[in-house]
Design a protein around this ligand. Sequence first.
Ligand SMILES: Nc1ncnc2c1ncn2[C@@H]1O[C@H](COP(=O)(O)OP(=O)(O)O)[C@@H](O)[C@H]1O
Ligand SMILES: [Mg+2]
Length: 315
Amino acid sequence: MNIPQDNVDPDRTMILVRELHKSFGDIHAVNGISFEVKRGETYGLLGPNGAGKTTTMRMLSALSPASSGHIEVGGIDVTEHGREVREILGVVTQHDGHDSGLTVLQNLTLHGYLEGLSKSQAKERAMEVLTFFGLEERASANVYELSGGMKRRLAISRALLTQPSVVVLDEPTTGLDPQSRNRVWEQLAVMKRAGVTVLMSTHYMEEAATLCDRLSIMDHGRILDEGAPDELVERHAGEEVAQVRTRSDAVLEQLRERLAGTPYRLNEVGALVTISSDNGHRPDISDIDGVRVTYRPGNLEDVFMVLTGRELRDE
Ligand SMILES: Nc1ncnc2c1ncn2[C@@H]1O[C@H](COP(=O)(O)OP(=O)(O)O)[C@@H](O)[C@H]1O
Ligand SMILES: [Mg+2]
């Protein structure tokens, strides 16, 4: 599929966000965030519900004005030239709006037509996109027959119809079962190989770790840290973390005492205690009686926990 590339500068910044703020009355939904996305990168905003991800994406897509700050997409100032920005941007919102009386192909064709293609161009483009994503056999299925996962994939296909150089995806797999999630991930991988620049939000750490070249950890309208998934894990959680399932308060108390004043950090979620070490190495707590310790690699969930003291999931 033909993705427009200007070939001028492979390091070109496609998204630039500086000191962006958005308030709703007293709520600082986005509270001074800055980040950049280079061409061809997949960049994630990882954070729980209410972190400010959707608000950020809406401002970036010129769907909602910023309270203050600066945003550029493809070198175009979003505040000044919202319409031009929407022309180079594909947007997949958190809830897809499909016309459910139509077939998949009709839905895409109608969308292309509304975006300014001629009817025959729209149809040609629609078939191209369906083939690109291996969805051509679903072209004549009615939209209401599609599973949740297929609807998401149709929404992503639709965003690519107008050959955007930047695609914004708000929680592309929220609410999907693991198998459908995998299919969406495959679709996003195809898009990435084609050189599309992607900004996506998610509250699934596994999704962020799998798809994103770099990401921001967001909470309460702020970016807590930014980096490649591995870098973030190394910086905050370490290569390996220890886990202990505490069977009694006495064991938990013993564990807390043992770890006080050590370079180990302890995070308690119910009966499950996760221990990470400042130097990133495997924490050694083998000398505590009656405690069975298991070890696993650190992950972005641990990073969020270390940075906020809370769990990322299921707020
Ligand atoms: N239109 C709005 N009016 C008032 N508050 C809003 C509005 N949109 C979002 N918010 C608030 O802004 C904060 C961030 O929301 P949102 O950007 O939707 O977060 P996320 O997408 O990360 O879940 C939340 O506290 C939310 O309640
Ligand atoms: Mg949201």
